[in-house]
Every structure is written in C-alpha cells, then in structure tokens.
Design a protein around this ligand. Structure first.
Ligand SMILES: [Zn+2]
Length: 394
C-alpha cells in the first residue's frame, strides 16, 4: 500500500482482500466484472466495496502516485475518489438497503443503469450492499447482467457469507472474503479518523468485538455505552425468577425504544418524500388510488422497525454472551484479553458465584434464545427463558 492517505485507509484489518482489489483496479488482466464481497457484520463490506469503486474511478496520474505509475489507484484526493467515497459520483450506484428485501423493480432499474456507458468515469460501478436480501426470482433477473456485463460495468455485491446468495450468483462472481479485523486495528481507525482517545477506542473496539460501526458508536455516544452497561448489569441483577422475568421485559423495552428512536425520523422523511413524489401537498386528502402506495410504504416501515428491534435484541445477547465468555476466561485462568475489559468488576463477581459448567450452560441458554428469536419466537418469550437460565444456581 502507498503511504499517506488512500481510499483503502478505512478498510481496516483486511490486507489480503485489499491486495486482491488493488491488483484488479490497477491491472486489466486481474480485473473481473462481477464481485462478491463477503464478511461478518461490521467487517466493513460496504467500506471495502466503496473503496474498490473509488480505486476503479481514480483519475490520479503517475505523477500523483510516484514513479511507479498506476500501481495503487485510489489516491483518495482526486475528484473521482472523493465523489465516489461520498456516494455522489455520477457513474456510481449504491443500493444501501435497510429494507427487508430488494424488489424486482429496483433490480430492473439497476440493470438498466448497468447497461449504460459511463458518463465520464472509467467504469460504471454498481454496489449492492445487501445482495442476500433478494428473492430468488429477483436474483434470476440479475443473472444475465452479471454474467455478460457491458465492458465498462462492474457489479460489486455484498453479503454476510457466500452461502447467503444463490449458487447461480456465486458461480458468476469473484469472491473476496473479509475477516473480523483485530480490535487494535479498529481502535487505530477510531483514533485516526474520529479523534477518539486511544484507551476508550480500544475498550470500544473490544466491546464491539471489532464491529467497526458499533465500536464507533460506543466510542462516540455515551448513551450507547450506558445502554450496553445496563445490558451487562442485567446478568448480575438476576437473583431469582421474578428478577429474571423483569429483566427480560426490560431488555425488550430497551430494544423497542432504541429501534423506535432510530426509525421514527426516517419514516417521517420517507413518507413526506413519497407524498411529494405523488404530487400530494401537505394536509391534502390522499386520493383513494394512491392510498395503496402509502400503505405499502407503511408496511415496509413496520417490517423494518420489527427487524431493527430484533437486531438490537440480538446485539444485547451478543453482549451478554461476550460477558459470560469473559467469565469463563477468568474461571479457567486463561491468559487472553477480556472483551469487556472495562467491566472487569461484573465479570469477576459472576466468575466467583458460579462454576465453569454453569457458565457454559448459561452461554448455551443465550445461544438458544438467539436461535428462537431468529426463528420468530415472540421476543419476550425467548428472553424470559434465557434470563431464567441466567439466575444463580444454588
Ligand atoms: Zn484518486
């Protein structure tokens, strides 16, 4: 990698992936027109995809890059780089969806865009951040375009794992696999880019188990740290069944509140946008034939809120799991770093009050609750079973 700034700077802890993508961007012989970037949540799939897109568009000449020529495109300074990273480059399309599914109409629209020649950039790049959120029928529409794209079109699909996309898509894409970055790399990024104090950055990176977005939120938002601490404290507070039932409902309520807080503003903005697009003024009565479109949007938003609540709950359980993992580390006297180094008091007190076997059983109970939640069991039911299993065993 070149020293100084480059578009790859924010792709933390992924040297192998970066070198593959860099080579493709600099050497036409190493270039492929359909990519599948996979990696666990928070590993930086969309960051890597955008960096790649920027490197493909980068217009910096050899003079800007030293004597070696186009060895490492993606200077991070030229207009092509900065607009691509900002998502405003005219030849870049990013489908960033927090919607539950990407619709067939959206994909048809993408295919139309993909067929156009670049308006001025070197490539037309289409990034689909959640390629796993497509129904099979939708995916099939995409196949031909991915298989034989126009010469200057590049598809970059992202998904948690290759198993999350259909084999027909997989076989037509070149795979780039991201790993969980080391906590120290994530901490460095927080210090460098967000000006976070190094100690706090490392605590946050460990607590978030290297999930870059979460680590940033924990480092910058004191309320996020308070909420996380509250989740961890739940473990210590449960003494009997009544506490357990109460704790379960608290966890669900906190998740609901957080999900609502993060979606309300956006829901209102989307609704205003739709009404504007339909030509309906504020306070006008909606004509009956347009009502179904509004209903569709509201249904999507409701599904998104539910999904968000489940995501927040799952995150709470991952936090609890990390706590008991730390408890086990202490109980077994293993010489490894604690995930919750900033909550060592909670860890030690739980370690004193139980045996390693009990800790393992509790971890199993948390894992089971996550599975139930994934399988659409009512959140409160799944969590009550879990919190009851967390109470002290005589
Ligand atoms: Zn550049």
């Amino acid at each position: 990698m070149t020293s100084g700034t480059s578009v790859w700077d924010d792709v933390v802890g992924q040297p192998e992936a970066v070198s593959v993508l860099q080579r493709a961007a600099s050497d036409p012989a190493a270039m492929t027109h359909a990519w599948l970037v996979t990696g666990p949540p928070g590993s930086g799939r969309s960051v890597a995809a955008r960096a790649f897109a920027a490197a493909l568009q980068c217009t910096a000449g050899p003079a800007d890059q030293g004597s070696t020529g186009r060895t490492a495109p993606g200077c991070g300074r030229c207009r092509a780089c900065t607009t691509t990273l900002a998502g405003t480059h005219p030849d870049l399309t990013v489908v960033a969806t927090d919607k539950v599914v990407i619709t067939i109409d959206e994909v048809r629209d993408l295919i139309t865009k993909a067929s156009r020649t670049p308006s001025g950039g070197r490539y037309r790049v289409i990034v689909v951040e959640d390629a796993d959120r497509m129904a099979e029928r939708t995916t099939n529409v995409l196949l031909k375009s991915i298989e034989e794209p126009p010469p200057h079109t590049v598809w970059v699909l992202c998904a948690p794992s290759v198993q999350d996309v259909l084999p027909t898509i997989r076989s037509r894409c070149r795979a780039v696999v991201l790993r969980v970055p080391p906590a120290s790399d994530v901490a460095d990024l927080l210090v460098r880019r967000d000006g976070v104090e190094p100690g706090l950055a490392l605590d946050a990176a460990r607590a978030a188990q290297s999930h870059v977005g979460l680590a940033r939120r924990l480092a910058r938002d004191p309320e996020a740290r308070t909420r996380r601490r509250a989740v961890l404290e739940v473990a210590r507070r449960i003494r009997g069944v009544p506490d357990a039932v109460l704790a379960a409902s608290e966890l669900v309520e906190v998740a609901k509140a957080e999900a609502t807080a993060s979606t309300t503003e956006r829901d209102a903005a989307e609704k205003a946008e739709l009404l504007r697009a339909l030509g309906v003024g504020e306070g006008d009565t909606l004509p009956p034939k347009l009502r179904s479109q509004l209903k569709q949007l509201e249904d999507d938003q409701k599904r998104r809120a539910t999904r968000r609540q489940r995501d927040v709950l799952d995150r709470s359980m991952v936090d609890l799991l990390s706590l008991y993992r730390d408890v086990l580390v202490v109980q077994l006297g293993a010489e490894v770093e604690l995930v919750n180094s900033s909550h060592a008091d909670v860890v030690r007190s739980l370690a004193r009050d139980a045996t390693p076997e009990q800790t393992v059983r509790r971890m199993d109970a948390i894992g089971q609750a996550r599975e139930r939640l994934e399988g659409n069991v009512a959140p409160l039911l799944a969590l009550e079973a879990m919190t009851i299993a967390l109470r002290p065993q005589g």
